[in-house]
Design a protein. Structure first.
Length: 204
């Protein structure tokens, strides 16, 4: 039987007794009954509090059982997974830091290389400018030298020293064609001067 119904029955009995004794005008008995009624009411409230506490404890146990059912692994396995995840996160952060440092090093090297390439480009531009200005003078000097030495140079012979030697007396043309590096500069100069002084041609 529910506690509420029991309480109502007790109150009903006590109320009936109270009415009965009121009719008999027994004040002492009435006060005793009222005291008993208050005590019973207090006990019932205390019992209800105990029941509510028991319900809360059972609810906590059910929640704990539900969590345990959701994580059926061995005790501490969930903590181990969390530790492994934290370790993985730390390792990933270290790897990212390392990659960032490497990228910065590459960027610094690229900047240094770019600066050097710009310096080389400026230096090459200066050399090209000097050569462009010097080439007419060099060609003029070679022409004067050719007039004196009777040598006509073939400037289009890439990788070779080539040309002709003319003899104004016999009007002969003596051809020479020497690969660069086949002779030392001293030997090549002597060969050409020999050709100027002699007849024939020099080829290698």
């Amino acid at each position: 039987m529910a506690s509420g119904k029991v309480f109502e029955e007790h109150l009903g009995v006590i109320s009936a007794l109270k009415d009965n004794f009121t009719r008999q005008e027994d004040a002492e008995t009435l006060r005793a009954l009222i005291a008993v009624q208050a005590e019973i009411k207090e006990r019932i409230h205390a019992h209800e509090s105990e029941v509510q506490q028991a319900i809360r404890e059972l609810t906590s146990q059910v929640e704990a059982s539900r969590i345990k059912a959701a994580y059926p692994d061995q005790e501490g396995a969930h903590d181990q997974r969390l530790q492994a995840l934290e370790s993985s996160i730390i390792a990933s952060r270290k790897h990212i830091s390392q990659l960032t440092a490497e990228l910065q090093a590459v960027e610094d090297a690229r900047k240094v290389t770019g600066d050097k390439m710009r310096e080389v480009a400026v230096h090459k531009a200066k050399l090209d400018h000097v050569l462009l200005q010097s080439e007419p003078h060099i060609r003029h000097q070679l022409s004067l030298y050719a007039h004196v030495s009777k040598i006509s140079w073939e400037f289009g012979a890439g990788g070779r020293v080539a040309g002709t030697v003319s003899d104004p007396v016999s009007t002969d043309l003596r051809h020479f064609d020497l690969p660069e590096g086949s002779l030392s500069q001293f030997e090549m100069t002597n060969a050409i001067w020999d050709l100027v002084a002699a007849e024939g041609s020099v080829q290698t």
